[in-house]
Design a protein around this ligand. Structure first.
Ligand code: NDP
Length: 247
């Protein structure tokens, strides 16, 4: 894919889907800045794996739910790597509970990280993209935001919000050469899904026509495609990577 020489920022790049995205972009010649919440050791590992692929890596400990930190994180990526061509809003958390048990903090922390985090990072990145008349924003939403999942009123709301955000922004910035798309993964084999009760997961997998969990790399392939010129006529779109679960 035609990505050589581009610069990407991936939020939540230290583990799971974000790590796979960072490494696949690097393998395609992209310089990769990534942020994370607290896992410094994992960040060092990903930094060295990216550098082994012959491109620049920039790890940044920065909380996407914090407006000022996100602004500084994007500005720092541009300062160190020269520009920003691609933002992948991947950082996300779950605090699953039925609504009777869900605290205000469970609600706020998920909305602040998953939805406000997308606003914070995108607001900082999209202005330089519009000025250079090119760029791509890819938001990682979820099947949970499409169909709603019991026990996830906070998470489903945040992910449905991301879909509205994606479509509204795609319309705002298209004429400035910036494309905005979303990917909705189903069950992907990461620590987030490994934390789910196995019996519940087995039940959920009965709803997946391809009858298995997905791999983080299978999400990363779609990011690479959407970021490339091969996807130059695609904006405001949500691509499911879910084994057919939400069709
Ligand atoms: P993981 O829990 O494996 O990794 C989450 C990543 O996000 C880590 O790098 C973590 O950093 C980072 N992160 C968490 N909170 C913040 C924050 N406030 N600021 C900056 N970074 C943060 O998640 P997955 O790889 O499973 O999920 C990635 C994305 O994909 C999420 O948005 C998730 O909602 C979405 N998704 C996942 C699915 C799945 O089945 N796994 C299905 C559908 C959607 P640190 O290591 O420092 O904690």
């Amino acid at each position: 894919m035609s990505l050589k020489g581009k610069v990407a920022v991936v939020t939540g790049g230290t583990r799971g889907i974000g790590r796979a995205i960072a490494l696949e972009l690097a393998a395609n010649g992209v310089d990769v800045a990534f942020c994370y919440a607290k896992n410094v050791e994992k960040a060092k590992e990903v930094e060295s794996e990216i550098k082994k692929l012959g491109v620049r890596a920039l790890p940044m400990q920065s909380d996407v739910s914090d407006f000022a930190q996100s602004k500084e994180m994007i500005a720092n990526a541009i300062k160190e790597l020269g520009k920003i061509d691609l933002l992948v809003n991947n950082a996300g958390i779950t605090r699953d509970k039925i609504i009777m048990m869900m605290s205000e903090d469970d609600w706020k922390s998920v909305i602040d990280t998953n939805l406000t985090g997308v606003f914070n990072c995108t607001k900082a990145a999209v202005v330089p993209m519009m000025k250079q008349r090119s760029g791509s924003v890819i938001n990682i939403t979820s099947v949970s935001g499409l169909v709603g999942m019991a026990g996830q009123t906070n998470y489903s709301s945040s992910k449905a919000g991301i879909i509205g955000f994606t479509k509204a922004l795609a319309k705002e910035v298209a004429r400035r050469g910036v494309r905005v798309n979303a990917i909705a993964p189903g069950f992907i084999d990461t620590e987030m899904v490994q934390a789910i009760n196995q019996k519940y997961l087995d039940e959920m997998l009965k709803l997946v026509p391809l009858a298995r969990v997905g791999k983080a790399e299978e999400v990363a392939h779609v990011v690479t495609f959407l970021a490339s010129d091969q996807a130059s006529y695609i904006t405001g779109c949500v691509i499911n990577v879910d084994g057919g679960m939400a069709m």
